[in-house]
Design a protein. Sequence first.
Length: 83
Amino acid sequence: MDEGQLTLSKLKEELESVCQSKVEEFHLLGYEQVTKEEIWDCVTSKYRKEIPPLHQVVNDILSLSVTKFMNWMTMKIYTGEID
């Protein structure tokens, strides 16, 4: 495992409660099947080369809209990445 993945993994642990907060928001809006893992995968899918500062990751999670999330899910379905 390279250093970037370790950092992203550690960051995921630190921000679990932030992802849970976003999940709860989506559940209140009627998207009851959304999980913390999906929120995390959606937000971090754009971090290809380097991981941004902590405040940027938190902002990306908290500002994630249902529209952005659903677009990401749709692309995953089209590319066959959905389990």
